[in-house]
Ligand binder design. Structure first.
Ligand code: ACM
Length: 517
């Protein structure tokens, strides 16, 4: 739902004579639009001069007050104009145009359709600058082709941030040239029961392809390299990174490993080397360093960690974690990047420039914003799309737990209550989480993500709207689009699931996600 919409009389009809007018550096956007209009069967010429019967994309400096992502879209029977001060805004105008066409525009080819666009005047801009979707490719691996589909769906919903969760206890999924064992060893685990090997990883070329594909859709990729916990796959690859020196396997159970990185200088250097390669691959400002769910027992019991703690004058293991994160923050900040981590990084003190991702409800986000940190809201209460979508679990594929129906997602208010306007300005936005312990296949992932991601898309883009019935009506139409895009969304009201259980790595020892929920 755009911020401002008024409906006029009549409609514009795309026909064989229609042109796309895109001057100068709008040409790439014109080509993208032509591709999106493929179902019409017209290969619309791209012109640079004004033309009647045209869809015009133009840049207009005077629209700068709508921000780089804002745009206007004007449709009347004579033509269509998308105007924006920057390419991102024009791109979102194009996404809105797709929504105004008959839903068959989302098919690869549709015959006998009058390609009418109703006369409207839209002025639109997003409520939040961080509109994200997360994906855990560690518990289960997803091929590059599916990542592309995920990004295409994000773009349609005007999401602009892809949080790529790349390392875990159960698998390391990104090639690091300096440390090849991270993927030679760390990308593969042995199933406890069958003994079968499960895994996969992205080469640096794959990552470059994904980052470029995302950039072409105005999506920034935020990589997450977990530390100091959720790191057993790395420790299995290089045992000297751990606290026990033991050769560990890549974890083949869900839950949280007790084995965490040690606090040696060599380990800090190792991780900074990894981040150096990460920064070369990911041009975005934010680098996610995890920081969640770090059991401190090994540090408590390790004479070397205790020695380190005392030498640094730290009172406890929370402060030691804080020190660890600070090593990364200083390293990233000196290279003009910003650290972001899960809300546990607040414990024991946080460097001023670091940003916080609030997952254990909204309390971390509230505290971080109060303390002047930028915040991304990712509370399990409203954005954990690995939770059940129905109270009746018998008709749903096995999930990690919880209960997060569409209505609750739609009711989500990203700005925690009780913040001043200045504090609320630290809330950059919000994102949906797809943890994949129980999600092994793309069609299952789509079932968990959609349509909850549609509700979140509106929460982070549109002015606040509490009318769930209105959203549901509009969603009925939108689901036709998702069907044409071959998305295995969960039907409204639910349905018998034909999705096989995704849990292959063994039963959970425990689930902090569920405890947190
Ligand atoms: C998390 O769910 N452990 C961030």
């Amino acid at each position: 739902m755009p911020a401002h919409l008024s409906v006029g009389d009549g409609a514009f009809t795309i026909n064989a004579q229609t042109r796309i007018v895109a001057e100068g550096n709008a040409r790439g956007l014109g080509m993208r639009l032509r591709e999106y209009l493929g179902a019409t069967g017209y290969k619309l010429p791209i012109a640079t001069q004004p033309h009647g019967n045209a869809i015009t994309i133009r840049f207009a400096k005077e629209l700068a007050q709508l921000g780089e992502e804002g745009y206007t879209l004007t449709v009347n029977p004579k033509g269509v104009t998308i105007a924006a001060s920057a390419p991102a805004g024009a791109f979102y105008g194009i996404q809105t145009l797709r929504q105004l066409l008959p839903t068959s525009i989302f098919q690869s080819r549709a015959k006998g359709i009058a390609w009418q666009i109703p006369s409207v005047r839209i002025e639109d801009h997003p409520r939040f600058s961080w509109r994200g979707m997360h994906l855990d490719v560690c518990r289960h691996f997803f091929p590059k082709s599916f990542i592309y589909k995920y990004l295409d769906l994000m773009a349609l919903h005007k999401f602009n941030t892809f949080h790529f969760h790349l390392t875990e206890d159960q698998g390391w999924r990104i090639e690091i040239k300096k440390y090849p064992k991270l993927t030679d060893v760390g990308a593969w685990r042995k199933d406890k029961d069958s003994g079968a090997t499960y895994g996969g990883f992205y080469t640096q070329q794959d990552i470059k392809d994904i980052v470029a594909y995302a950039a072409n859709r105005h999506i920034t990729v935020v990589p997450e390299i977990e530390m100091p916990g959720h790191s057993q796959a790395a420790i299995a690859s290089y045992p000297e990174l751990g606290n026990t020196g033991k050769q560990l396997p890549v974890l083949a159970l869900w839950g949280v490993s007790q084995d965490v990185f040690n606090v040696e200088d060599s380990t800090i250097r190792f991780l900074q080397d990894v981040l150096t390669e990460i920064m070369r691959l990911f041009p975005g400002r934010f680098i996610h360093i995890g920081g969640d769910e770090v059991p401190k027992d090994q540090w408590h019991n390790s004479p070397r960690a205790q020695e380190r703690m005392n030498a640094l004058g730290l009172k406890n293991e929370d402060e030691l974690q804080s020190w660890f994160i600070r090593q990364m923050d200083e390293f990233l900040a000196s290279r003009n990047r910003r650290l972001i981590g899960w809300d546990e990084i607040l414990e024991g003190g946080l460097a001023p420039g670091a940003a916080v991702m609030s997952w254990r409800g909204s309390a971390g986000g509230y505290a971080a914003a109060k303390a002047g940190h930028d915040v991304v809201m990712a509370p399990n209460t409203h954005t954990y799309f690995d939770y059940y979508q129905s109270r009746d679990r018998s008709h749903e594929p096995k999930a990690i737990g919880g209960y997060l129906p569409l209505e609750t997602v739609y009711a989500f208010e990203p700005v925690p209550a009780g913040l001043s306007a200045a504090e609320a300005a630290h809330i950059l936005g919000a994102q949906g989480q797809l943890w994949t312990e129980y999600i092994a296949a793309p069609e299952h992932l789509e079932y968990m993500a959609y349509p909850r991601a549609c509700a979140l898309a509106e929460v982070v883009w549109s002015p606040k709207n509490e009318d769930f019935a209105d959203f549901s009506r509009r969603l009925q139409v939108h689901l036709k689009r998702l069907k044409d895009l071959d998305v295995n969304f969960r039907p409204l009201g639910g349905a018998e699931s034909k999705i096989a259980d995704g849990a292959k790595a063994g039963e959970p020892r425990h689930s902090l996600h569920e405890l947190g929920g």
